[in-house]
Write a protein that binds this ligand. Structure first.
Ligand code: ADP
Ligand code: MG
Length: 340
């Protein structure tokens, strides 16, 4: 067995903590149901940070809500399989999903103010998690563990913050409290949906640093959703790129940045580099993400793609392997490249 075969075998056998097969999410419109996401296959390995990237409207948030069992009626979720630590959630009752949520999987959002209850102190909201999910845990123990959890998120004077209401805390502090709530039952999976987008750059870096520390300490896997490739470069082990409700590329982070295969990924990278280059303006990919009501024929990206030809307008590309654990959905660059 050669070196590459070995690496390949090992990566292919990486233990899947979350395994999603053929996920479809639909919403009701005046003209019937439309699919916000379809044919989605992805997995998060143990102790891995998987980043999901793509412009606004590509289906990142709805995917994470579907995994959490939080898509509400009349939204519809279908999947062949959605396995978390060996439990197929497509076969679980709403009650079982509720129990998994908080204990096994938890989520933090962009805006902690909308997820924190303004009427209760931060400490009360963290304590609730212990009281709900830890059998036999009383108020005193819940308080002690909550303060410890607040301390772990790097907040000075955790006792004072325990008694604070959300509006008395800064945005960065509130996000730390959300992280404390999400992590206090030691979930195997944490989903973070644009967790730092609303914060200024310094605070953003601190929060990302905190999340990275927690992954290591608790061995939690993270599904990290962002439109910011700078954050991806800093945080992720692997990346899936979403476009118009589909995965268009999947690769480990180095491959994605050094050998992107899909023109959409190349466009995203290009606009990121432009932003970082001080003084130059953001150069977005021309055009916009298509409406779900009027998806283009053939490749969904073809109207914005500089390389598109007739075939791209006609034929739908499949996600194909183009390198070692590297997949791309493009008719023009489908070859398996040298994987050495
Ligand atoms: N509750 C809903 N009802 C109808 N359409 C929705 C709903 N939630 C999301 N969508 C649509 O699903 C698509 C994906 O949305 P979303 O997952 O929020 O994108 P992203 O997080 O990538 O910005 C969008 O076109 C959005 O308008
Ligand atoms: Mg979103």
């Amino acid at each position: 067995m050669g070196d590459n075969d070995f690496r390949e075998a090992r990566a292919k056998n990486a233990e899947k903590l979350l395994d999603v097969r053929n996920l479809e999410i639909q919403f009701k419109t005046k003209n019937g149901y439309i699919s916000a996401v379809e044919g989605l296959n992805f997995s998060v390995h143990r102790s891995e940070l998987l980043a999901m990237v793509g412009e606004s409207g590509c289906g990142k948030s709805v995917t994470s809500l579907a995994v959490m069992g939080l898509i509400e009626h009349p939204g519809r979720v279908r999947a062949d399989r959605m396995e978390l630590a060996g439990v197929d959630m497509t076969r679980s009752s709403p009650e079982e999903i509720r129990r998994l949520r908080g204990a096994q999987m938890s989520m933090i959002f962009q805006d902690p103010l909308t997820s924190l209850n303004p009427l209760f102190t931060a400490g009360h909201q963290i304590s609730e998690q212990f009281l709900t999910h830890v059998p036999g845990c009383g108020r005193g123990e819940a308080k002690r563990r909550s303060i410890e959890m607040i301390r772990k998120t790097g907040i000075p004077r955790p006792e004072a913050v325990y008694d604070s209401y959300p509006h008395e805390l800064s945005g960065g502090m509130r996000q730390r409290i959300m992280i404390a709530i999400a992590m206090c039952c030691n979930p195997v999976l944490l989903i973070a949906d644009e967790p730092t987008t609303a914060l200024d750059v310094t605070i953003q870096a601190q929060i990302l640093h905190l999340m990275r520390e927690l992954v290591v300490e608790y061995e939690t896997s993270i599904l990290f959703i962002t439109h910011d490739l700078g954050v991806v470069a800093e945080m992720a082990d692997r990346v899936v790129v979403m476009y118009a409700g589909q995965i268009v590329e999947e690769a480990d982070v180095l491959t994605l940045f050094h050998k992107p295969a899909h023109p959409y990924t190349k466009g995203l990278l290009h606009s990121t580099i432009k932003v970082q280059d001080a003084g130059s303006r953001l150069e977005p990919i021309p055009g916009a993400v298509p409406s779900l009501r009027q998806l283009p024929s053939g490749c969904r990206f073809h109207p914005r793609c500089a390389y598109a030809d007739d075939e791209c307008r006609r034929r739908r590309p499949e996600l194909v392997e183009v390198g070692l654990n590297h997949y791309s959905r493009c008719l023009l660059f489908p070859r398996r490249e040298n994987v050495a």
